[in-house]
Write a protein that binds this ligand. Structure first.
Ligand code: SF4
Length: 193
């Protein structure tokens, strides 16, 4: 997993995203002018033998830096696209370019993995081809996204969850209780509770 994470952190496969992330790191937002920006892809984070995988750009208000002490137990968080794109919108080509990283991550986690939570419709669409490419038995037709949707995937339970974006959380489309509900069910499915 460390090799995979290092490979992701050094990835330059998407020219538009490389230019964007390095430009943002150079110019910086005024509020963070004295911060050192990462300016590179963000690899997955958490347990290397996770039973529960969360796929989606998960914003964590408590986590501000790589050495801030945040730890995940039995859980790993990753993203279908590892570089933050302009306006949070990766192109289909960028999504596809990043997929091999997810295939590798799923393959590495496969022995102990019991559940996956996918945040948002984009993540849902981006995720399904990865287990198919990793050789898992994927349901056909691909299940439609919805909050709380639960699908069996070759012995792993997959859950859909509205994305924790500001647009969803500020408007109440996704409430803390709705998020907790899916995470609780997924944690139970993963044998973590
Ligand atoms: Fe590499 Fe993924 Fe970033 Fe593209 S989005 S440069 S494939 S890490």
């Amino acid at each position: 997993m460390a090799v995979l994470d290092a490979g992701i952190a050094g990835c330059r496969a998407c020219p538009r995203l490389v230019e964007w992330r390095e430009g943002v790191a150079r110019t910086k937002r005024a509020a963070f002018a004295d911060w050192t920006y990462w300016g590179r892809p963000v690899p997955g984070f958490g347990a290397e033998d996770a039973k529960l995988l969360i796929i989606g750009l998960a914003s964590q208000p408590e986590s501000v830096a790589v050495d801030d002490g945040l730890e995940l137990y039995g859980v790993r968080i990753t993203a279908p696209v590892h570089c933050a794109p302009p306006e949070n919108k990766p192109t289909p080509a960028e999504r596809d370019a990043c997929r091999p990283w997810l295939v590798e991550e799923l393959t590495a986690l496969r022995p102990g993995l019991r559940a996956i939570v996918v945040l948002g419709a984009f993540g849902w669409q981006a995720t399904w081809p990865a287990p198919a490419r990793a050789g898992w038995e994927v349901p056909r037709p691909r299940p439609a996204f919805g909050h709380g949707v639960r699908v069996g995937l070759d012995g792993v339970e997959v859950f859909g969850c509205f994305h924790v974006s500001r647009r969803n959380t500020f408007t109440g489309r996704l409430t803390p209780e709705m998020l907790r509900g899916v995470l609780r069910t997924a944690a139970r499915a993963a044998g973590l509770k």
